[in-house]
Design a protein around this ligand. Structure first.
Ligand SMILES: [Fe+2]
Length: 232
């Protein structure tokens, strides 16, 4: 009897400490990241108007809606409301993916006077030559896949940490590259939603894809590659 009473007290103590921990846990929402360059700094490849709208309106909306869905998820989890938890998954994927993808996209770009468009050097440059034949062949492949993508989405250069190979792939909507495989790490992502180019390029998506390479920040892609593939 005494043992049972002791165990009950211990269980209660554990249960209340877990509850206190859950109550103390604050919800970590996200915020719009700053760009490291001015909106007009990528002209003429990408207009300042597009960059401003893209960052301040489109990306901000993904952030706002992701945070809203996170708060609803927190609430549903606290209530043990499985139906609502499941219902929120598509909003979390779409808006969370939009935030993740755009956060990479801004780093993938750089003004020409800050190294934008300078071809990758050292290990990533060699890996591209080895996997695709040349940088030009890779660009042609990504442009072809981006141009052929139906609807909205992204075209990616990724590194498969399992097979140790570079890959080119596309994702629909705001799906991050990792949805195509858990070992895929994005090095470069090109936004091929109409909001990324239409104000400047209208319906000529291939011209947007051709010009974006003039402001591509290969330095960022190389840093990610070297971090993920230290034994290159
Ligand atoms: Fe976008």
């Amino acid at each position: 009897m005494a043992l049972r009473a002791l165990m009950t007290r211990k269980t209660l103590a554990l249960s209340s400490s877990k509850q206190a921990l859950l109550q103390c846990r604050s919800l970590q929402t996200t915020s719009l990241p700053d760009l490291s360059y001015d909106y007009g700094a990528l002209e003429p490849a990408i207009s300042g108007e597009i960059m401003q709208l893209h960052h301040q309106k489109h990306h901000q909306t993904y952030v706002t809606n992701y945070n809203k869905a996170l708060e609803q998820l927190d609430d549903a989890m606290a209530k043990g409301d499985a139906s609502s938890v499941v219902k929120l998954q598509s909003a979390l994927k779409f808006n969370g993916g939009g935030h993740v993808n755009h956060s990479i996209f801004w780093k993938n770009l750089a003004p020409i006077n800050e190294g934008g468009g300078e071809p990758p050097k050292s290990s990533l440059g060699w890996a591209i030559d080895s996997h695709f034949g040349s940088l030009e062949a890779l660009i042609q492949k990504m442009n072809a896949e981006g141009a052929a993508l139906q609807g909205s989405g992204w075209v990616w250069l990724g590194y498969d940490a399992q097979s140790k190979k570079l890959v080119v792939d596309t994702t629909p909507n705001q799906d991050p590259l990792v949805t195509k495989g858990p070992s895929l790490v994005p090095l470069l992502g090109i936004d091929v939603w109409e909001h990324a180019y239409y104000l400047q390029y209208k319906n000529v998506k291939p011209d947007y894809l051709k010009n974006i390479w003039k402001v591509m920040n290969w330095k960022y892609a190389s840093e990610v590659y070297e971090k993920e593939c230290p034994s290159h």
